[in-house]
Design a protein around this ligand. Structure first.
Ligand code: EPU
Length: 421
């Protein structure tokens, strides 16, 4: 196993290029199951989850090869296997994105039921309910969801759950609907930019979709889809993480390949904290005043404050001048970073789905354990600001979703090293 060793206290300075969005790349790769010809994808991040999706697609008869950094070629070679097995699904929940495409194109999908994970319960009922409404038979066999349908039918459906819309359920239904008979309308669809990017890809393949990026998406089924050439949108969560890295070190950093319109809630909140975020010619300049103001944040579906930046923002608020409140409305148990940040001298108190953050003058280096992707990022950020040395253990979590984060941080002055245990 590997760990990061960080000597905190350096102000970050320089330019960082943001990679393509992991959460856009994964469903778009899965969508290639639907296509008759080759797809070329640009701006694909080199992260473990992308390699994992390529491995799963390989088992499902889709040749997925990386041609050069960021550039992937995908093409269906055979359509015999429709089974996404436990061994692969248990490593990556986004594997569920193959369900809609397999069902629509091969008339059968067998996908191991993903369990809970470190960020809490992650039900998948909306995925199967939506596909059942389109005419699929759904069964649970030995822990696998088995779906069958000779032909899916377009239908009007409400896809909202108890916590609002679902990103990957919207993706699955939208992908399945592209080849269904007639019109599908998804009400309470996820509005996340990654869903809109998937729609843009599907449209380039020949799909008929309108309303992407809004809570009502309409899809008119077509007979077939061809492959297409597509550029993945920049990763708004990686961008947000680097904005906070600049802020927490009182740095002065320029970020390129970033779309600020995907980060409006984050920019709004961070400006209230005192972070200076200015659009420049080819990106965004970030710097920070010395005094951080406390704020209140509540995570929400897009365009609200993203749950995937909750932990990182909490690390920053640890150093604010006063008490902040952080409420998690998407995953009420996504707080495993709280105890680890407290080991670094933070004053955090959890009360139900809310954490009260009492700002402290400084954080101190410590041994801490990463529990999931975004919690790992929060601990690295805290380590960058802390006095002394921080060791972040179990960093395989971070490699799932950030491309060589330590190399990028070191390139703007951070003292961070990857060390083998
Ligand atoms: N939900 C249900 N029923 C369902 C599905 C979801 O109640 O059938 C609930 C969830 O429990 C949660 C809420 O709906 O409370 C939203 O979950 P969603 O389905 O949108 O999450 P997801 O599609 O599984 C994606 C991202 C996550 C991100 C969430 C929320 C991908 C591959 N994953 O997950 O990303 O946190 O949306 O924005 O796109 C990450 O990158 O670190 C990550 C966890």
């Amino acid at each position: 196993m590997e760990r990061f060793e960080i000597n905190g206290g350096t102000r970050l300075k320089g330019t960082v290029e943001i990679n393509g969005a992991k959460n856009a790349a994964l469903p778009i790769m899965a969508a290639c199951i639907l296509c008759e010809s080759e797809t070329i994808l640009h701006n694909v991040p080199d992260v473990a989850d992308v390699r994992q999706m390529a491995a799963l697609l390989g088992r499902l008869g889709v040749k997925a090869e990386q041609i050069e950094p960021g550039l992937w070629k995908l093409k269906v070679e055979d359509e015999l296997n429709c089974h996404a097995e436990y061994e692969l699904v248990s490593k990556m929940r986004a594997s569920i994105c193959v369900m809609g495409p397999l069902l629509a194109k091969r008339h059968r999908a067998q996908v191991s039921m993903p369990g809970g994970c470190a960020i809490g319960d992650r039900p998948v009922g909306l995925h199967t309910q939506g596909l059942a409404a389109m005419g699929a038979d759904v069964d649970l066999v030995n822990g696998d969801m088995v779906l069958k349908a000779k032909k899916l039918r377009g239908v009007e459906m409400f896809l909202g759950g108890p916590f609002g819309s679902s990103v990957t359920a919207t993706a699955n239904i939208m992908m399945a609907a592209t080849l269904a008979e007639g019109r599908t309308v998804i009400e309470s669809a996820a509005c996340e930019p990654e869903v809109a990017d998937l729609a843009a890809f599907l449209i380039a393949c020949g799909a008929q979709i309108t309303g992407q990026g809004t809570p009502r998406i309409t899809i008119d089924g077509v007979a077939s889809l061809q492959g297409a050439e597509h550029r993945i949108i920049p990763d708004r969560i990686e961008a947000g993480t680097f904005i906070i890295a600049a802020a927490i070190t009182n740095g002065d950093v320029h970020l390129s390949n970033i779309r600020l319109e995907h980060l409006l809630a984050v920019v709004d909140r961070l400006r209230q904290v005192g972070v200076i975020i200015d659009k420049s010619n080819d990106g965004v300049d970030v710097s920070c005043s010395r005094r951080l103001e406390p704020i209140t944040i509540t995570t929400q579906p897009f365009p609200g404050f993203p749950t995937d930046l909750q932990a990182q923002t909490m690390a920053l608020l640890c150093l604010a001048d006063g008490n902040s409140m952080v409420t998690e409305k998407i995953y009420p148990d996504r707080f495993l970073h709280v105890a680890e940040l407290n080991r670094m001298g933070a004053q955090l108190r959890k009360e139900g789905p809310t954490v009260i953050v009492q700002g402290v003058k400084r954080l101190v280096g410590a041994q801490v354990m990463a529990s999931d992707l975004r919690a790992s990022a929060a601990l690295i950020l805290a380590g960058l600001a802390a006095k002394g040395k921080t060791c972040v253990h179990r960093i395989y979590h971070i490699d799932r979703g950030y491309e060589r984060i330590e190399v990028k941080l070191a390139s703007i002055g951070a003292d961070i090293h990857r060390v083998k245990d």
